[in-house]
Design a protein around this ligand. Structure first.
Ligand SMILES: Cc1cc2nc3c(=O)[nH]c(=O)nc-3n(C[C@H](O)[C@H](O)[C@H](O)COP(=O)(O)OP(=O)(O)OC[C@H]3O[C@@H](n4cnc5c(N)ncnc54)[C@H](O)[C@@H]3O)c2cc1C
Ligand code: SF4
Length: 490
């Protein structure tokens, strides 16, 4: 059996054809030098790779080199590799003479099934909801014959509640205990940084996400047993004292290849069948994994390499230094300061913070979508090209003009106030759009709509907002002020 080269995001057993298949692992320093990653992200990836090498012991050849090319020059046998997860890496392996590239793994819908769905009769738009229902049927997840279990496909109305007044009663998530491999990684990263070889963003901290298959399974089991039952109702809510709420925190393990997404889905489904988790929570979770995660993966390839340069809203402001440096202390707006602090200290926030605070702010201020994709990619422990480009360029920054999301995810302070407990302790007021206490999100929202009126005109889902815009007596003042405020820290 040919040796299988597995990249650092292909670390699970499901990337091998047999448990005893010979493996090649490569640690490339150039990858870490090329971009300024979050310190905890660099740590997690190196730790996972080195743990895998230690676990496979003699079964794996583990090469440390400057570049992949240098490492491959030392390999004298034919290799196979599952297609890597970015255009750059896929093109690189396709050019190598002694490497056979296999179908990608680590997702629930195959390329063939996606293509069949996308070119299905009468399909005018590639809607996530349609894709998800097709996947539910095809994979037979939460199905009762031809019908969805419980008679409904979608529990979004139940799953979009504001935060509960007394906080969420979800037990604390599973966290790993570091070992000597983590210590070695920490020493190496500190030395490379001291020597000026590479630089990082964010703060170092104890590793918070799984680096091995055993840890990933423990985290999955902990989530399904203790936290899945309360995953659903408040999944769109944000609480200052509870940054993770009932989210699974499994994206990093899934994206490193330590978990097979289908095993997460089956575990959640089994919890429901055993009467241990309500249907709305389980459906909400399953929707994220076989729906959103796979939908983003397939769109990344379907939309082609030039999709990353989309800029429908002509947003050309470079993200300011304080934002890039995660300088939470420079910001008075409580929601934004809190979000930057989370990224700085953990390289992680949950979905709604990414979309409705960080992404929303960048969208309103007109930050360049491609720069934002790079920022998210570098700063989040679970960030990879395939997942960032559709999530940031498409979903969060509406730079594709609506291919992926039917309207921009822009919202004012009223939304943040309803879905979080940030506004009470903020020096701005969510209802104010002018004056000293004007909320930068509320005023920023109207500036965004006014600035992009011509581009948003054709979108029926923006008709009401555009009508409201013309009813605002102070819109000129709002726009002038926000133009002035620009991207200075709010
Ligand atoms: C601007 C922006 C950037 C994002 N960047 C990333 C990223 O770099 N990596 C990443 O894995 N996810 C990304 N997401 C999607 C989502 O925010 C994270 O997957 C999620 O917050 C991870 O936390 P969790 O594991 O606790 O997720 P949960 O809330 O527990 O969700 C369950 C799982 O569903 C999957 N999932 C849910 N939504 C998405 C989505 N939109 N795209 C892909 N997978 C999804 C994840 O694997 C996640 O573990 C991004 C979303 C936005 C709006
Ligand atoms: S008032 Fe505005 S800036 Fe302050 S926390 Fe609320 S939404 Fe954020």
């Amino acid at each position: 059996m040919a040796r299988r080269w597995t990249f650092a995001d292909q670390l699970g057993e499901h990337f091998l054809d047999a448990a005893d298949q010979p493996v090649l692992l490569i640690e490339s320093r150039a990858v870490l030098r090329r971009r300024r990653f979050h310190r905890q992200k660099a740590h997690l990836v190196l730790s996972a790779l080195r743990h895998r090498a230690a676990e496979l012991d003699g079964q794996a050849v583990f090469l440390r080199a400057d570049t992949y090319g240098e490492a491959l020059a030392r390999v004298r046998e034919p290799l196979t590799v599952c297609r890597p997860t970015s255009y750059a890496a896929a093109e690189f392996v396709a050019r190598l003479p002694d490497v056979t590239v296999l179908e990608p793994r680590g997702f629930t819908t195959t390329q063939e099934d996606f293509a069949a769905w996308a070119s299905g009769r009468g399909r005018r738009r590639l809607l996530m909801e349609d894709f998800y229902r097709d996947a539910r049927r095809r994979l037979d997840v939460l199905m009762d014959g031809d019908d969805p279990v419980g008679g409904r496909w979608n529990f979004d109305p139940e799953n979009r509640q504001p935060p509960p007044p007394g906080g969420l009663d979800a037990p604390r998530p599973w966290r790993p205990v570091e070992d000597e491999i983590d210590e070695e990684v920490r020493d190496d990263l500190s030395r490379w940084e001291r020597d000026g070889e590479m630089a990082f963003v964010g703060r170092d901290g104890p590793r918070a996400f799984p680096a091995t298959r055993a840890e990933a399974l423990a985290a999955l089991d902990d989530f399904v047993t203790h936290r899945l039952p309360c995953f659903g109702p408040h999944q769109d809510a944000m609480l200052a004292d509870d940054p993770v709420m009932a989210h699974s925190l499994l994206s990093a393990a899934l994206n490193l290849g330590l978990l097979d997404p289908m095993e997460c889905v089956r575990a959640a489904e089994a919890a429901h069948h055993a009467g241990k988790a309500p249907l709305a929570s389980v459906e909400g979770y399953v929707r994220q994994v076989i729906g959103w995660r796979d939908y983003m993966w397939h769109l990344y390839w379907h939309l082609g390499p030039s999709y990353r340069d989309s800029n429908h809203l002509a947003a050309d402001v470079p993200p300011p230094e304080w934002f890039g440096e995660l300088d939470a202390g420079a910001v008075r707006a409580r929601c934004l300061s809190w979000a930057l602090e989370q990224v700085r200290d953990h390289g992680f926030t949950h979905h709604i913070v990414r979309l409705m605070v960080l992404g929303n702010y960048a969208l309103q201020r007109g930050f360049r979508p491609r720069d934002m994709a790079d920022w998210f990619h570098r700063c989040f422990v679970d960030g990879y090209d395939w997942v960032m480009i559709p999530n940031v360029v498409g979903m969060s920054q509406h730079a594709d003009g609506g291919t992926l999301a039917t309207k921009p995810y822009a919202a004012g302070g009223a939304y943040i106030n309803r879905m979080s407990d940030f506004c009470g302790g903020c020096s701005y007021r969510p209802a104010e759009r002018t004056g000293a206490e004007a909320c930068p999100f509320t005023a920023g929202y109207w500036w965004f709509v006014a600035r992009n009126e011509d581009r948003l005109k054709g979108n029926p889902r923006m008709a009401m907002q555009l009508k409201s815009l013309h009813r605002l007596p102070d819109i000129d003042e709002v726009c002038a002020r926000e133009r002035d405020r620009g991207s200075t820290p709010p």
